[in-house]
Design a protein around this ligand. Structure first.
Ligand code: G3I
Ligand code: 9MR
Length: 553
């Protein structure tokens, strides 16, 4: 049944690095002793006792954990406990997350709009080009003097947001940011990576080529007349379960919004820094990004309250957010770091900013993250404040992890939102920012536990990444995966994950449980728990890179 609690032993089904913390989860009634057996030889290489049975509220059940961190030799193993089925394979390898990291980034390529995917890059998932977006209409809500309703614009490229085929600036903002931050913090890993995308082998690392596909689109969403940024490029209603080239409904740019302008400004300012060293490859690009950022910021300052709402005739994703302080803070922080202009530091008012785990609608954490990365360019007082706040959040998350029956930062209903798996990964992302500042190993181990959770150490024994692990999602809410006639879904995508809101339509099978961590359906119809999205994959790219790069060898 959908959402039935898995019996047996739950482990990370993709693998562990040799020196990583390694936990397995078992039912509360499991026998006391475990042994780890090497696959093939059958040798017992480790014995130990399970921890006590403790209740983990999100699953409404008690769980016992086995700590198998002492297992450090490369190889393949099974965990065995009398009376339980053997665990899925436990793989220990020095490059345990290399393939996962590459695939989770390549998922962005698979979601490219306006281009065909050739089989030499896309294999079985090759497809025709869809949504050229070279003839997009200005919606009534976006009409201006120079661009009245019905004006035709060209706004090609970009990534499809998710399982749907629309393109949303707000969600592009955090997604691009997270990928660029991964590159900025772990360049050696990405320099060595071959994604096998059309640009592979050119003079840029593949991760930047992939991000450029979306940056180029985002730039077209700015109105050159005033610097404002359209909130989204979309159909009026969602497409059916069709391949991209079959979906031909008219496309519109819809209302400018303050959130879109600020997220755009933040990302363009960040990208201006990132592309500066590539001036020879892309002459003038860094400066162009900086100017675009400043123009969007200026528009937002003059129009600080344009909270987006879908016009009555537009029914696609809203990404509406009336709370805009965090967007102002993030954009100000990025522009301050890029320009050094004190105006942005004044507007930022760092002392007054709280720190929280980021999401598409709450981006203040990204400001702290960038400031932490560049703290040597801050005043001493600012640098100290940044260190205090970032490590403070890390301490809170690490303490929650340490006292959790499941060794997990995900604790309560507030964590199990639409896209809960990405919330977990963004908790890990903030833990890693703190770990980079204070070296507190608990923070790295807690981030590892999040990765374990999305890769199978969870009450459903479910890997949430298509194509990875013994029990991956087979039916994500992703139109190409549904419509391409190929059994296997497009690989490398993170499913949104358990969501007790269960906001699917009534044509979905029933969930087996109302409990937060069990509210998941591996069914096409379940957009509330089984959709994919660029802002969910981006922290998977980040965290898999970080854990791979930071875990001691
Ligand atoms: O903000 C309220 C909060 O105040 C309240 O306490 C809480 C209680 O449930 O709800 C919060 O609102 C939630 C909102 O996200 C902000 O987090 C809504 O319940 C929840 O339904 C909403 O979900 C969003 C969903 O679209 C529906 O709008 C997801 O975050 C968002 O990731 C998702 O994004 C969609 C796009 O619209 C279209 N493309 C696919 C994409 C992924 O599913
Ligand atoms: O496919 C859409 C998905 O991307 C959104 O997250 C979701 C909620 O807004 O809506 C999905 O589209 C459904 C629409 O809302 C109602 N008709 C069925 C559509 C596809 O299942």
């Amino acid at each position: 049944a959908f959402g039935a609690q898995a019996q047996g032993i739950a482990v990370n089904q993709v693998g562990y690095l040799p020196a990583a913390a390694k936990w397995a989860a078992l039912p509360a009634d499991a026998a006391d002793e475990f042994r780890v057996v090497r696959v093939g030889s059958g040798d017992v290489v480790l014995r130990g006792r399970l921890g006590p049975a403790q209740t983990w509220a999100p699953a409404g059940a008690a769980v016992r954990l086995a700590d198998v961190s002492a297992l450090t030799d490369v190889g393949e193993y099974e965990l065995r406990v009398d009376g339980q089925p053997a665990s899925p394979r436990i793989r220990i390898a020095p490059d345990a997350y290399a393939a996962l990291n590459a695939a989770s980034l390549k998922a962005f390529y698979f979601n490219r709009a306006s281009t065909a995917l050739q089989s030499r890059h896309a294999g079985r998932w090759a497809r025709a080009a869809g949504h050229p977006d070279t003839d997009v209409l200005v919606h009534a809500s976006a009409a201006s003097d120079k661009r009245p309703e019905g004006t035709r614009l060209s706004s090609p490229k970009g990534w499809y947001d998710a399982g749907d085929y629309n393109k949303y600036i707000v969600n592009s903002g955090i997604s691009v940011y997270t990928l660029l931050a991964a590159w900025e913090q772990f360049p050696e890993l990405f320099k060595a990576q071959q994604l096998d995308i059309p640009e592979s082998g050119n003079d840029l690392p593949d991760v930047l080529d992939e991000v450029l596909w979306n940056l180029d689109w985002m730039l077209t969403m700015q109105d050159p007349a005033d610097g404002g940024v359209y909130h989204k490029l979309t159909n009026l209603g969602f497409d059916g379960s069709q391949m991209p080239h079959e979906a031909r409904a008219p496309r519109y740019v819809v209302a400018k919004s303050t959130a879109a302008a600020l997220d755009f400004a933040a990302v363009m300012a960040q990208a201006s820094r990132i592309f500066k060293p590539f001036e020879a490859q892309r002459p003038g690009f860094s400066a162009r990004l900086r100017e675009a950022a400043i123009a969007a910021w200026t528009w937002a300052r003059a129009n600080p309250q344009f909270a987006f709402k879908n016009p009555p005739d537009v029914r696609t994703g809203e990404y509406g957010d009336a709370q805009l302080d965090d967007e102002f803070a993030w954009a100000a922080a990025e522009l301050y770091l890029t320009t050094g202009n004190a105006h942005y530091r004044d507007v930022l008012a760092l002392e007054r900013q709280a720190i929280r785990v980021p999401s598409w609608g709450d981006v203040v954490g990204l400001a702290w993250m960038s400031l932490a990365q560049h703290r040597q360019s801050l005043s001493r007082a600012d640098a100290e404040l940044v260190t205090k706040r970032v490590t403070g959040l890390g301490d809170e998350l690490a303490a929650a992890w340490q006292s959790s029956a499941y060794r997990l930062t995900m604790q309560g209903p507030a964590d199990f939102v639409w896209g809960s798996n990405a919330h977990a990964l963004n908790q890990a992302l903030m833990l890693i920012q703190a770990y980079r500042l204070d070296g507190d190993r608990r923070k790295l181990d807690a981030a590892q536990s999040v990765l374990d959770y999305v890769l199978g150490r969870n009450p459903l024994g479910q890997s949430y990444v298509t194509g990875f692990g013994a029990k991956p999602p087979l039916h994500p809410h992703h139109r190409p995966s549904e419509a391409d006639g190929i059994d296997a879904p497009v690989p490398g995508f993170l499913a949104g994950g358990p969501n007790p809101g269960q906001q699917d339509q009534t044509n979905c099978p029933a969930y087996a449980s109302k409990l937060p961590a069990l509210s998941y359906l591996d069914h096409h119809c379940s957009y509330a728990s089984n959709e994919v999205a660029i802002n969910w994959n981006a922290p998977l790219v980040y965290v898999s890179a970080a854990v791979q790069a930071l875990t001691p060898k």
